[in-house]
Design a protein around this ligand. Structure first.
Ligand SMILES: [Zn+2]
Length: 181
């Protein structure tokens, strides 16, 4: 029997959230957007995702108000995809998934997350142990962890190698390249 496309019998808010972000690749697109990826080509090479799937996910996330499409160049026209507040609010869910994956499935941390203001590593639940408060996504610095490949092949992974602020747009040569049809 084919799987249904939604969870029509479920009233729960987890099921409702999964209706929006539960498709394959969707949370990884959001993860990349939190790391500063904004452009089609950059998502494409970093995720290794089929083009049609990426186009579908970007469109769906835009329709759900999680990403906002912004024109950054008129001639030829180019758009980028920027997280809205609604999208940024998925950060704790993604971070919790990452911690669960490492604890339950193994592996070294690829990235670690720090309070930019005071330089303290965040607790698993996103609070700063020094300041005693939850830290806003825009105030979180990401640093490479021991599991991160120090010499990746693709330009987006290279742009994400060093310490950087979450949501800060990445700079890649190929991000500016024409979008292949
Ligand atoms: Zn702090």
């Amino acid at each position: 029997m084919a799987l249904g496309k939604d969870y029509a019998t479920q009233e729960c808010s987890i099921a409702r959230a999964l209706e929006v972000v539960g498709e394959r690749w969707t949370l990884l697109v959001i993860r990349d957007a939190l790391y500063g990826v904004r452009r089609y080509n950059d998502f494409l090479v970093h995720l290794g995702i089929p083009r049609a799937v990426l186009a579908n996910r970007l469109q769906a996330l835009t329709a759900e108000g999680i990403l906002e499409k912004r024109r950054y160049q008129e001639s030829p026209p180019r758009d980028e995809y920027v997280l809205t507040d609604r999208g940024i609010a998925l950060w704790p869910a993604l971070r919790a998934l990452g911690i669960w994956g490492r604890e339950q499935l193994g592996g070294e941390p690829m990235r670690t997350f720090w309070h930019a203001d005071c330089g303290t590593e965040l607790s698993p639940y996103g609070a700063c142990p020094t300041c005693g408060a939850l830290v806003a996504v825009r105030d979180i610095d990401m640093r490479p962890g021991p599991g991160l490949d120090p010499d990746p092949a693709d330009p987006v992974s290279r742009a994400l190698l060093g310490p950087r602020r979450l949501l800060q747009p990445i700079e890649t040569e190929q991000g500016a390249a024409p979008r292949p049809v």
